[in-house]
Design a binder for this molecule. Structure first.
Ligand SMILES: Cc1ncc(COP(=O)(O)O)c(C=O)c1O
Length: 366
């Protein structure tokens, strides 16, 4: 056998990228698990979305509409946006990836806040760009720190607002200040995956910051409050020319037909999403209060999860709490891979699920 030819080797930076497998704590008990580790919605999905998805299963021999036309129309009329300025993706994750592929290459920099969504460094690595982070304060994005780190190599700035894993957000005026102070050569991506959950009224998903700009993109998803994570549907809103180039980068049938129909029907049931938001807010404040009364400070969150800070004494470390909960059938997310080894991220569940978390932690904190 001859040596592997040079041309068949992947780009040198690709093998360093971690495969997205979420490590779950080992569980030895056969009981039913309560899985609060992935920020999925605990409140299910609209029955209308379920029925539409099931209905499509009768016609699986047909390809999906490659342009997601009906879905873009439904998104446009729901949010008052021009469908020609919308692209749908196989989850918003696909769209973040497309943005990095379009605008960055080896030697370029992709900038984001220190403890933000782990997909940002991954999409940077996929194109060989350098991931640059800016310090935070109280686990919250600092616009000035991001602006300070912009160089002539910066091509993309990602802002997750609210952020994952912290759940914190920056207000509309700060998002606008960031946009206004970035050079027009830098693409500014406002990732608003958790927008539906926000109850504070100084928040923006960023839609109004796109108008008249050729360097600003907002991304949204049906995976969270709409409860359609399995379908993988996200969307982005930007200028017609940015959407035009993004369309050239995506797969032909990137959003499958079941997903398109399910998402259209979900938009026809916004009362369902409003109830999810209200119940999440109620449970989030209950959970934060319970965590505080256990001496575990809860990071203020506007999303469907909350991070709890554990003490650094050897008996009460976050990693031990993760295992303690897992042994009781409750799965939450350790965030040491984000550099936050004193924290656990807990998705907001139904009341009985949240009670199981609190009961488990009561036993742990004694
Ligand atoms: C901040 C943020 N953005 C984007 C996504 C990706 O969502 P999806 O690809 O399911 O649309 C997630 C998922 O957890 C997220 O936390």
């Amino acid at each position: 056998m001859s040596a592997v030819p040079q041309s068949s080797r992947p780009q040198p930076y690709i093998p360093d990228i971690g495969i997205s497998v979420v490590k779950k704590a080992g569980v030895s008990t056969p009981r039913k698990l309560i899985d609060l580790s992935l920020n999925e919605s605990s409140f299910g999905m609209s029955p209308k979305a379920q029925a539409a998805a099931q209905n499509r299963c009768e016609r699986l021999f047909r390809y999906p509409d490659p342009a997601s036309t009906e879905l873009r129309r439904a998104i446009g009329s729901t949010y008052g946006l021009d469908p020609d300025q919308i692209i749908c993706g196989n989850g918003s994750e696909e769209l973040l990836d497309i943005i990095a592929r379009l605008y960055a290459r080896p030697g370029d920099e992709i900038l984001f806040s220190e403890f933000s969504f782990m997909q940002f460094p991954i999409v940077a690595m996929r194109v060989g760009a350098t991931a640059v982070t800016a310090p935070e304060k109280d686990l919250t994005t600092l616009v000035d720190m991001l602006l300070e780190r912009v160089t002539d190599k910066t091509r993309v700035v990602f802002l997750a607002n609210p952020n994952n894993p912290s759940g914190t957000y920056i207000p509309a005026r700060e998002v606008q200040r960031l946009r206004d102070n970035l050079p027009s050569s830098v693409v500014f991506v406002i990732d608003s995956a958790y927008a539906e959950y926000v109850v504070e009224d100084d928040y923006t998903d960023g839609a109004e910051l796109i108008d008249g700009r050729d360097n600003v993109i907002m991304t949204r998803t049906f995976s969270k409050a709409f409860g359609l994570a399995a379908l993988r549907v996200g969307w982005a809103y930007a200028s017609p020319s940015m959407i035009g180039v993004m369309n050239r980068m995506r797969g032909i049938g990137n959003v499958n037909a079941i997903a398109q129909d399910g998402a259209v029907a979900a938009l026809g049931d916004l009362d369902f999403v409003a109830r999810v938001r209200d119940r999440t807010a109620e449970e989030r404040s209950w959970m934060s209060g319970q965590l505080s009364s256990l001496g575990l400070s809860a990071v203020p969150s506007q999303a469907n999860f909350v991070m709890a800070k554990f003490p650094s004494d050897t008996n009460h470390r976050a990693a031990a709490a993760l295992n303690h909960l897992a042994e009781r059938g409750v799965i939450v997310r350790g965030v040491e891979d984000y550099g936050l080894e004193d924290y656990l991220r807990i998705t907001i569940g139904l009341r009985e699920e949240n009670e199981a978390v609190v009961e488990g932690l009561k036993g742990f904190m004694v």
